[in-house]
Design a protein around this ligand. Structure first.
Ligand code: FAD
Ligand code: NAD
Length: 474
């Protein structure tokens, strides 16, 4: 007898496990299947997806460890703290990260028990629709569901002719389990992973070279932020970032990787001890039997969905990295909640205009809404207020004065259209702007909101005041 559910979620990443939990909270009989074991010692499928296992969480753990090392070796001295004989034990750093991953992934299993979500270990795929029900396979088991939510996520995109073995040439998975500091680290792609992973190993002592195809650095960010980031990463921190390169050939020796590429000065060759390939991600749609049931994909191989993540098939939904929009865990989670609520007959909603972006370098980079270049291109009249962290007492006390906050508001209505931060704790500070935009606030609303003193959040306050040219401390 096939197991029957109101909702079967395929994929146990942040989009999928959140969709399953929300569906169960709303009284639906929900199951979630997952096929990947990741680093599970028994080789059993593990919940949490890319994010918990080989993405957000492990990368942030390593970023924090490497930042502490950087503080000990470079920043303590300005506070009069003398430390000698500081060294890094990379295997211990990696074990700490692995323990955090294990703790969190088993935590999701606990949440499933608490909310009565059935966890099905195995690969999920479509069989057929009959009498308004979806017949599915999970592993070798037959499963029947009224609704199916596809949350199969994405995997690292690889480049032709560059064989990723996750030893010498690595993608995100190998980059997160490297057990020693490579003397020379090469990275292809100056995107989010390239900058975050490049920062980890640079802080620990690698010479890092990042090779980027595009002529512009951080093209999606506000250009003032990108300019400041370029200055800090290349001049202060010593990341060697080369733009506008074309990779021609990658060859591997016993312990080296040689990269031949072209830039505006002609052909170049660099040798590395390790090469990270971080050139974006590919949606996981293979093995779903999608074509047989007629599930429509878009031109980029993602599952086609409408604003409510409904696909072209009745009662089939898709969320997270496998559909359009930014490949971010919190975007997938918002979609998971929206779809579960729609299935339960509620008015599920996801505000795509207020999804924040964060790059966890140091300084951190965070933004929400429109950039100046977006507004100019759309012909939207705007006012800008920009305040440097240098003008903030808390930032000075901490010795973290790099960067600024910029608030963009409509020139006529004063509604906040975007906020852009480069600076310490930008990842936390951006939340205020997200909430303000979610509630349609004006820069005047933010300017009239009391901010605790002394805090970094006062820079957001001052930037909102600066929109109206009345900042008080700058
Ligand atoms: P995934 O997390 O990819 O999960 C999908 C799951 O479905 C996988 O476990 C897969 O094994 C499973 N699956 C696939 N097909 C099947 C099938 N047929 N049957 C059963 N199971 C299946 N985002 C952020 O917001 N913040 C960050 O700081 C951040 N850092 C990142 C760092 C790195 C190094 C990487 C690689 C990504 C990072 N991301 C970050 C992106 C984030 O990880 C993804 O956006 C997020 O994991 C997408 O969630 P998802 O549930 O859609 O897919
Ligand atoms: P990305 O899209 O951020 O960056 C990829 C970079 O590689 C781009 O700048 C692209 O121009 C460049 N590139 C592509 N092909 C190239 C080539 N042949 N040669 C040289 N450069 C090339 O992708 P990513 O860094 O791989 O990360 C994937 C996704 O994972 C991100 O887009 C993001 O959605 C998510 N992620 C998020 C976070 C975060 O939220 N902090 C962290 C890591 C990853």
């Amino acid at each position: 007898m096939a197991q029957e559910f109101d909702v079967l979620v395929i994929g146990g990443g942040p989009a999928g496990y959140v969709a399953a939990i929300r569906a169960a909270q709303l009284g639906l009989k929900a199951a979630c299947c997952e096929s990947a074991a990741y680093a599970d010692p028994k080789g059993e499928p593990r919940l949490g997806g890319t994010c918990l296992n080989v993405g957000c969480i492990p990368s942030k753990a390593l970023l924090y460890s490497s930042e502490l090392y950087d503080h000990a070796t470079h920043a303590f001295v300005m506070h009069g703290i003398k430390v000698e004989g500081v060294s890094i034990d990379v295997p211990s750093m990696i074990r700490r990260k692995d323990n955090i991953v294990t703790q969190l992934t088993s935590g999701i299993k606990g949440l499933f028990k608490k909310y009565k979500v059935t966890f099905l270990a195995g690969h999920g795929s479509f069989v057929a629709e009959a009498d308004g029900l979806w017949k599915m396979k999970v592993g070798n088991e037959d499963v029947v569901a009224k609704h199916v939510i596809v949350a199969t996520g994405s995997r690292a995109r690889h480049l032709p002719g560059i064989p990723v073995d996750n030893v010498n040439i690595v993608d995100n998975e190998g980059a997160l389990k490297t057990e020693s500091v490579p003397k020379r680290l090469g990275v292809i792609g100056a995107g989010v992973i390239g900058l975050e992973m490049g920062s980890v190993w640079k802080r620990l002592g690698s010479e890092v070279t990042i090779l980027e195809a595009l002529p512009d650095f951080l093209a999606a960010a506000d250009q003032a932020v990108a300019k400041e980031a370029w200055k800090v990463f290349t001049k202060k921190q010593g990341l060697n970032i080369q733009l506008g390169v074309q990779i021609k050939e990658v060859t591997t020796g016993p312990n080296t990787v040689s990269v031949k590429y072209e830039n505006d000065e002609g052909d170049q060759v660099l040798e590395f001890d390790k090469l990270v390939v971080a050139v974006g991600r590919t949606p996981n749609t293979e093995g779903l039997n999608a074509a047989a049931v007629g599930l429509k994909l878009d031109a980029r191989g993602r599952i086609e969905v409408d604003d409510h993540c409904s696909t072209n098939l009745r009662n089939v939904w898709a969320v997270g990295d496998v559909v359009r929009g930014p490949m971010l865990a919190h975007k997938g989670m918002e979609e998971g909640v929206m779809v579960a609520e729609c299935i339960a007959g509620q008015a599920g909603h996801c505000n795509y205009d207020t999804i924040p972006w964060v790059i966890y370098t140091q300084p951190e980079i965070a933004w929400v809404g429109k950039t100046e270049q977006d507004l100019k291109a759309a012909g939207i009249p705007f006012k800008a207020g920009q305040i440097p962290f240098m003008a903030n007492g808390r930032a000075l006390g901490q010795g973290d004065t790099t960067g600024f906050v910029k608030v963009l508001a409509h020139a006529e209505t004063d509604q906040i259209l975007g906020a852009h931060i480069i600076g310490t704790n930008a990842s936390e500070l951006i939340a205020e702007a997200v909430v303000a935009m979610e509630f349609g606030a004006s820069s005047e609303d933010l300017a009239r909101t009391a901010h605790a003193h002394p805090t970094l959040s006062e820079v957001m306050h001052e930037a909102a005041l600066a929109v109206d040219k009345r900042s008080l401390h700058f």
